[in-house]
Design a protein around this ligand. Structure first.
Ligand code: UGA
Length: 435
């Protein structure tokens, strides 16, 4: 199959590289010439484990191409994927679909022969209808079908999630389009991955429902963590105790500083907007949006309390800035709420993150970025873990103790065992566990 991927952001690039690795011929199109030049030279615009070698291999084997010129890519394609950004619109929180519609206009002008137009970007219910209308208006004679095919990739694990997914969802009632989609994903069906064919609007909603449900799960356990702290219970054991019930499931029950990233905050908000527009509010998600935003803000208070209630003139060593491990993505990262609040309370901050410091340096001011975790805690009055990078789990804790000015550790990801930390002489604070 020949595939054109419009947009080389996170989703487009990973999906394009993985489709190429399945054996399809994929051309990734982006208007950003610098990005395309860099991709051609093997330089990735994002940090994603395994992506650079996957791209290099498929470029070398001539199945993966990068271009700024959509013309040939779309003309020759069996399937054109729209994988452009859908950021939250300033002011009202609705998804901004201008890039999606611009892509639809362009496809309409350039497609040739039966073309399956696939929305991979996360788009509100009904967007497929709009895309179809745009193309139909521009090309009344056009032979095409518009399909919804949401992605469920996690940053940091995206290649595995693409190649070994729990399911593939395809929203279309067009038989020819179904066959093209089946062919594209054929390698997965050898592994018996379920493919779910639905109506287009259903597929669009599945994406939002999945992300919102996961956000509910995280927010639920975060509130349980707060309760655990008050009643002297252990949230990790609560997670395990409920998660072993197959109806609940043990994944996404890790309490932390609140969810961030490019998807959950944006998608939960967009879902609530759509629901309100249709006068069918999803009140549980309204609450989750509110509770999560408040949680990220409250985390600085937790750190200040652990440090005795006053951080004026104190130095804090922060480990981890990205919204989660294995990514350089800083979008809606809890660190962006926590660090400015600590600074506003009079603290100075030294921070280390294995991948996100470059990005963070544009978003945070007056932070000293260091070359290692040990340097970040040097002469600091507390060590604070915001992101759960694996390398922080295996730190030389005696060295950390020697570097710190105090023995205070605030761990917002529960990566250490409380009794072990106490035995090592730390005054250790974590989330939802007795300290
Ligand atoms: C999420 C979904 O997991 C993907 O399935 C989906 O495709 C993607 O959004 C998307 O819509 O594009 P991602 O944002 O990469 O993926 O990250 P997650 O691993 O889901 O984590 C999201 C946030 O929840 C992070 O801030 C993470 O630290 C937090 N989290 C996650 C917790 O606090 N506790 C958990 O148990 C799990």
């Amino acid at each position: 199959m020949r595939v054109a991927m419009i947009g080389t952001g996170y989703v487009g690039l990973v999906s394009g590289a993985c489709f190429a690795d399945f054996g399809h011929v994929v051309t990734c199109v982006d208007k950003d010439a610098t990005k395309i030049e860099k991709l051609k030279a093997g330089i990735m615009p994002i940090y994603e484990p395994g992506l650079d070698s996957l791209v290099a291999k498929n470029v070398e084997e001539e199945r993966l191409f990068f271009t700024t010129d959509a013309k040939d890519a779309i003309k020759d394609a069996d399937a054109v994927f729209i994988a452009v950004g859908t950021p939250s619109r300033r002011g009202d929180g609705h998804a901004d679909l201008s890039y999606v519609y611009a892509a639809a206009e362009e496809i309409a002008q350039l497609m040739d022969g039966f073309t399956v137009v696939v929305t991979k970007s996360t788009v509100p219910v009904g967007t497929g209808d709009e895309v179809e209308e745009i193309i139909r208006k521009a090309r009344p004679d056009g032979d095409f079908a518009v399909v919804s095919n949401p992605e469920f990739l996690r940053e940091g694990a995206a290649i595995k999630d693409f190649k070994i997914p729990d399911r593939v969802v395809v929203g279309t009632e067009d038989e020819r389009a179904r066959n093209v989609m089946k062919e594209l994903y054929r390698p997965l069906f050898l592994n018996e991955t379920p493919i779910l064919f639905t109506a287009r609007r259903t597929s669009e909603l599945i994406k939002y429902a999945a992300n919102a449900f996961l956000a509910v799960k995280i927010t639920f356990i975060n509130e349980m963590a707060d309760l655990c702290e008050k009643v002297g219970a252990n949230v990790q054991e609560v997670s395990r105790g409920i998660g072993l019930d197959g109806r609940i499931g043990k994944k996404f029950l890790n309490a932390g500083p609140g969810y961030g990233g490019s998807c959950f905050p944006k998608d939960t908000l967009a879902l609530t907007k759509t629901a309100n527009d249709y006068n069918s509010p999803v009140r549980i998600v309204d609450t989750v949006v509110e509770v999560n935003a408040a949680r990220k803000k409250a985390m600085a208070g937790k750190i200040i309390d652990a440090m005795g209630g006053d951080v004026a003139g104190k130095k804090i060593g922060v480990l981890g800035l990205a919204f989660k491990q294995n990514t350089d993505d800083m979008r809606d990262a809890p660190s962006l709420d926590i660090i400015p609040a600590l600074q506003a309370a009079g603290a100075t901050v030294q921070a280390y993150d294995p991948e996100a410091m470059d990005e963070a340096s544009h978003l945070l001011s007056d932070v000293t970025f260091t070359k290692s975790a040990y340097e970040a805690v040097q002469d600091a009055d507390a060590m604070v873990i915001i992101t759960e990078w694996d390398q922080f789990r295996a730190l030389d804790l005696d060295r950390i103790k020697g570097a710190l000015n105090s023995n205070i550790v605030v761990d917002l990801r529960n990566i250490y065992a409380a009794d072990d930390m106490a035995a090592r002489g730390f005054h250790y604070f974590s989330i939802g566990r007795p300290s």
